[in-house]
Design a protein around this ligand. Structure first.
Ligand code: FCB
Length: 443
């Protein structure tokens, strides 16, 4: 059993989340090539070389998918528009692509779902990646144009707007650690991408304001950084990890300032006159979103290159991703975000969930681990609310099993099981648990 609606404040929003490239089927509807298509084509980058060409075929099956969300009793659907679907070369409109989202948003409204739209969940059009992608300042201007088009077309119906999903993944994971497209491992590329994606956020906020939108926020990911032991060097290493992962982007957006701890290393790589961008980056927001999954135990590693740290295994139960289940980190970030960055601004948990070991057997998909994970994290949210943090909503990741990026289709985060041969959706036990918690009578 999960806590129910009645265990949360009145008007608290419950939602389910997905992203375009992970579910739509990018080969349909005249979408342009993205850096994820070419990244996935090189050996070793994604499991079995898998990509999002077909994914869950949401492009054709979206009415059924929206029906599932509504039938569970969710209030809102967090989805993303694909830049390369709407503008295949990053600049030129593809009416078929925009029409898809037009129908999708209408479909949400018909079912009483509040559309929560993210403009960039990682599928950069290849034509822009050819010109340096997020290392190139011009990409931020293109992103603002794309934002304006989407805001003009869908603005009258979309409930909330987030420019960029998880800037840490867009910049650090993809340009320093090399795990996501474009797969670079280069400090200069990473630092420039970090600043440019944060600037893209600011420029999109300005574009949304110019288009008259009033529910504009941000979505950053947070990982609870714990010292691996009680040495001062581990404490320092965990602090540095925290600065890169958890403080850089929100620091820029909410305070117009990046962490001092990072600047001696970052400064030589920052674009010229970057300070002049901070007022745009700090454009006021109406809400702030936190994606949270796990904690990391960090130790110093003086023999490695900067940031001279390493991850050490922890003792908590782990998900199929090898991520420790650490709900206390979610309370920690909600409380800290309000105390240090956002004050009374409404906070949303915009993603939270787990990949589990469940299998579909005789039409039944039992996933008690996922129900327990949600339970523990919903309790963590309640804990923050009890400390007077203004948490206004929670989105489960994910509505359905999907393309989990570098892990391909192996890791299943869904409330709906997807058979990737037949593409049939089957509700898992966790879907039913949500339906019970939200007061819906299904199945
Ligand atoms: C987040 C991403 C989302 C999904 C989950 C598991 O970092 O936003 O697309 O991959 O992790």
């Amino acid at each position: 059993m999960l806590p129910t609606r009645f265990d949360f404040p009145k008007n608290f929003i419950f939602g389910a989340a997905t992203s375009s490239y992970q579910i739509e089927g990018h080969q349909f509807g005249g979408a342009g090539s993205t850096h994820w298509d070419s990244f996935a084509s090189a050996p070793g980058n994604t499991a079995f070389g898998q990509n999002g060409a077909v994914a869950c075929d949401h492009y054709h099956r979206w009415p059924e998918d929206l029906d599932w969300i509504a039938a569970a009793g969710f209030d809102s659907y967090r989805f993303s528009t694909s830049w390369a679907r709407i503008m295949p070369d990053g600049r030129t409109l593809n009416p078929e692509g925009m029409d898809f989202y037009d129908r999708l948003v209408d479909g949400m409204l018909e079912r009483g779902l509040k559309p929560a739209l993210t403009l960039y969940h990682w599928e950069l059009p290849s034509a822009l990646s050819d010109k340096g992608g997020w290392q190139n300042r011009d990409t931020t201007a293109r992103f603002a144009d794309y934002t304006t088009h989407v805001a003009q077309k869908l603005g009258d119906r979309v409930w909330s707007w987030a420019p960029v999903n998880e800037p840490w993944c867009v910049a650090w994971l993809s340009h320093f650690l090399g795990h996501h497209a474009p797969g670079l491992r280069d400090i200069r590329a990473a630092v420039r991408a970090m600043h440019h994606i944060t600037l893209a956020h600011g420029r999109a906020v300005e574009a949304l304001r110019a288009a008259g939108r009033h529910t504009v926020g941000a979505v950053c990911n947070f990982e609870y950084s714990l010292p691996a032991d009680d040495t001062p060097s581990a404490a320092k290493a965990a602090q540095l990890y925290d600065a890169i992962y958890n403080r850089f982007f929100i620091g820029g957006m909410m305070k117009g300032r990046y962490p001092d701890l990072l600047m001696p290393v970052f400064e030589p790589h920052m674009p010229t006159n970057w300070q002049d961008d901070m007022s745009v980056i700090q454009s006021p927001l109406d809400w702030f979103g936190l994606n949270y999954y796990t904690c990391k135990r960090i130790a110093a590693d003086p023999d490695s290159v900067w940031p001279h740290l390493k991850e050490v295994n922890g003792h908590l139960p782990q998900t199929e991703m090898g991520w420790e289940i650490c709900p206390e980190g979610l309370s920690h970030f909600l409380i800290r975000t309000a105390a240090e960055y956002t004050g009374d601004l409404p906070l949303y948990v915009t993603e939270n969930g787990m990949a589990g070991p469940e299998r579909l057997i005789d039409g039944i998909c039992d996933d008690p681990e996922r129900i327990s994970y949600y339970h523990q994290h919903l309790d963590a949210v309640r804990h923050a609310i009890a400390q007077d943090v203004n948490v206004a909503g929670y989105y489960a990741w994910s509505l359905m099993d999907n393309y989990e990026w570098a892990f391909g289709y192996e890791k299943r985060f869904g409330l709906l099981h997807v058979d990737f041969d037949s593409l049939q959706r089957t509700p898992k036990a966790s879907y039913q648990a949500w339906a019970n918690a939200l007061g819906a009578q299904t199945c």
